[in-house]
Ligand binder design. Structure first.
Ligand code: F3S
Length: 400
């Protein structure tokens, strides 16, 4: 018997969430064991969060792709599921634990199992995007699209910058939503839950990564509203990623910039001022006495503009003895950034399909320097690194 078990609908008590006839049939196993199991999880989540019904989604984005985070149990689960179901809507993958074009990996246990995991996701019908920035490779949702995305930085970007609607899904719930093509209607799918909780008045020119690092830590899972910022889209990507890492922020507003910022009054909200001294304290926390042995850039994966910026900074410079350099971006952006890739690869490597956190960086390095607030938050925990935060200019000076 398959390890994926189906429980009869009656045991789930789905009276708390309305299911239509078709959904009931799926839950009762009439459409197969895989869809029944997927429906069972969605119904359980709907019940926990008091959702009234399931709503159709435009796409799912699935995290939990690296063998480093999934392990053997996760690999087995996805392989079992791949025998039972296929996704019904556009579904994409987050970064894996290695570059998918890497050759000769069969002798290496980690890479062999990573390839098996990727193959199981492929069998489920999921696209091998392997990026945390799908919105930079043409997978850009429309305002009010409902989604089931699970990469926290992509969730934040989709909700805040694009005005789409997604909860911060786990890998399994995003996958089950992809199989059914629906998600429970609760949380950030409802307009009333998208209103801001606290206003941050930023009175200084600050790096968005450090601002996000600070605010995420303070605000937890609430929704911040920023005043005083003039961010580019890349700044917003960086800001949201850092807040999602040090806190659980899944949505934010920026006055005059993000699409729903004007929909809510902030008059009655608590106001907190952020001055440059607040940011300097964070910068001090992220110093260490060690020298970096690697520089990692691209958390979240870099945009074409960011790639070109790095390429320009390195143009006509000479490589000096210093740390190794890894730059992470999606495969598509890499392919579209040939000139920048050529400049960067005089100094280090441009890597796709993976990142510094979900690949086994710790096998070869101990001290990582980065300009990413999210990477600074995750690398100590998930890749056993001492971390140095530095801006891009300083990182470039370490190698050229
Ligand atoms: Fe992306 Fe990896 Fe950072 S998935 S957001 S580069 S931790």
């Amino acid at each position: 018997m398959s390890p994926v078990q189906v429980r009869p609908a009656a045991l789930l008590g789905f009276d708390l969430m309305h299911l239509n006839k078709e959904e009931e049939k799926i839950l009762n196993g009439e459409k197969g064991e895989g869809p029944a199991k997927a429906m069972e999880l969605l119904v359980a989540i709907g019940k926990i969060y008091d959702a009234d019904r399931l709503i159709p989604i435009e796409s799912a984005q699935i995290a939990g792709v690296s063998y480093k985070t999934m392990g053997d149990a996760g690999l087995q689960f996805i392989q079992d599921f791949a025998d039972l179901a296929k996704v019904k809507v556009e579904a994409m993958l987050n970064p894996a634990g290695m570059d998918l074009e890497e050759k000769n990996y069969e002798s290496d246990d980690f890479r062999r199992k990573q390839a098996q995991l990727i193959n199981a996701y492929r069998k489920l019908g999921i696209e091998m995007t392997c990026t945390c920035t799908p919105y930079l490779i043409g997978k850009r949702p429309e305002v009010r699209d409902h989604l089931a995305w699970s990469e926290s930085s992509a969730v934040s970007f989709a909700n805040s910058v694009l005005g789409a609607r997604t909860n911060r899904e786990g890998g399994p719930s995003a996958l089950m939503a992809a199989i059914i093509g629906k998600t429970p209607n609760y949380g950030l799918h409802l307009k009333e839950n998208r209103k801001p909780d606290i206003v941050y008045e930023v009175n200084a020119e600050v790096p968005h990564s450090l601002l996000g690092y600070l605010v995420g830590r303070e605000i937890g899972e609430k929704i911040p509203y920023f005043k005083g910022l003039k961010p580019s889209e890349d700044d917003l990507k960086t800001l949201g990623a850092a807040m999602a890492a040090t806190g659980s922020v899944a949505m934010y507003h920026v006055e005059g910039k993000t699409p729903e910022a004007g929909d809510f009054s902030t008059d009655e909200l608590e106001k907190i001022k952020i001055e440059s001294e607040d940011i300097e304290k964070i910068r001090d926390e992220l110093r260490t006495n060690f020298e970096p042995d690697v520089i990692v850039i691209g958390c979240p994966h870099l945009s074409k503009n960011e790639m070109e910026d790095i390429g320009q900074r390195l143009k006509e410079k000479e490589k000096k003895n210093g740390p190794d350099l890894f730059v992470y971006t999606s495969r598509r952006v890499k392919e579209e950034s040939n000139e920048a890739v050529a400049e960067i690869e005089r100094f280090g490597k441009v890597i796709s399909d993976t990142c510094m956190v979900v690949s086994p960086l710790e096998d070869n390095y101990n001290v990582a320097a980065t300009n990413s607030g999210k990477a600074a938050a995750y690398l100590p925990r998930l890749a056993n690194q001492e971390v140095i935060y530095a801006d891009l200019k300083t990182l470039m000076e370490m190698i050229s």
